[in-house]
Ligand binder design. Sequence first.
Ligand code: ZN
Length: 343
Amino acid sequence: MLKTLTSAIALGIALSGPATAQAIAEAPSTVNATYVAESATQALAPGEKIETLFTKNLTQDYILQKLTDRVYFFQRQFYGTLFYVGDEGVLVFDALEGRSAALEAAIDEVTDLPITAILYSHNHADHIAGAADLIAANPGVRVIATHATVELMDRLGSGLPRPTEVLAEDAESFSFEGLTVRVAAFGSDAHAHDHAAYVLEGTGVVHVPDVINPDQPPFWSFAGAEGYLGYRDLIDQIDALDWEYLSGGHGNVGSRDDIAFYRQFLGDLEAAVGEALGNVPWGAGVADPASLNGHTAYLSGWISEIGKYATDRLRPRYGEYYGFEYSTPKNAELVGMYMFSYR
Ligand SMILES: [Zn+2]
C-alpha cells in the first residue's frame, strides 16, 4: 500500500508540468549567483550555479554538471544527488525514487564504469526508493548506510532494500576506493531521525539533502521538517563543515552564500512571525464561534492568520524568489508554533 502510494506520488510529479521551454519564468537568484551553462565536462567554480535550472527540470530528461575532477551533480524533476567516479566503479549518493534509469544514463555519459556502491543519506523513501532498480542493474553493488538509518528502517519495517554495509554507531567515515566520506551526524532531528551530512574529503563537496535548497528560500515546511525546533542548528552544523560545493538534494549547486541567505531569511522570518504574534489576536480566523463543534478552529484559524501576516511582511523583500508564495505561509506557521510553544 505504502509502496503504491509513493510510486503514485513520484509518477504524479513525473507526469505534470509543461512540455516546452517557452515562457517558463525563472525566479531571480537569492544570492546574486553567477550562472553558467550546464556542462558534463567543464567543472563549476565554487559559487557558480547552473543557469535556468527550473526550466531544465521541466523540459530535460536530466541535468548533469561536473563539479570537480571526479564528482558530478545530477538532477531530474527537482530531485538531485551526486555521484563519484573512482578508478574501478562509481559511488552514487542516494537512489532517487523513479530516477534510476536517468541516473544510469547520466553516469554513462562520463564513464563506462558500473555503479559499485550506493549510499543512503537518510531513510526517506523519495531519496532512496530507486535502490531496487540500481541493485538489480548492478549485481554485487555495495549499499551503505549509517547505523541510525538501518535502525529506523528496521523499526518501521521498511520495504526498501537493506544496506549490505552498516556503519558502526560511532563511525565518522567510510571509504570508497581512494575517497574518504566523512559522516557528520546531525545533533538535531528536525528533518529526520537518522539525518547526516556527508563530506567527500579532498573534493570540496558535501551531500546533505533536505535542509538547504540552494538559490531558493526554504522549501515548504522546511523541506519536510517535523518542526522548526533544531532547524537553525542544522544550518550551523553544515556551515561548520569543510566544503565549497553543497548538494542539497533539491535546488541548485550551493555555496557559502546560500548559508548566509538562509540565516538572513530565517532571521527576517522569525522577526515577522514575532510581529504577527504581537498583532494577530487570538480568535482571528474564526468568524462565528457558535457555528463550531469544537475549539479546534481557534488554533488552526489563528496560526493560519499568523502565516499570512508574516508572509505579507516578507513579500516586499523576498516575494519574487523561488516558490515564495507557496512555501512561506507554512514555514511561518511552523516558526509561529515554535515561538508559541517555547517561551
Ligand atoms: Zn528527507
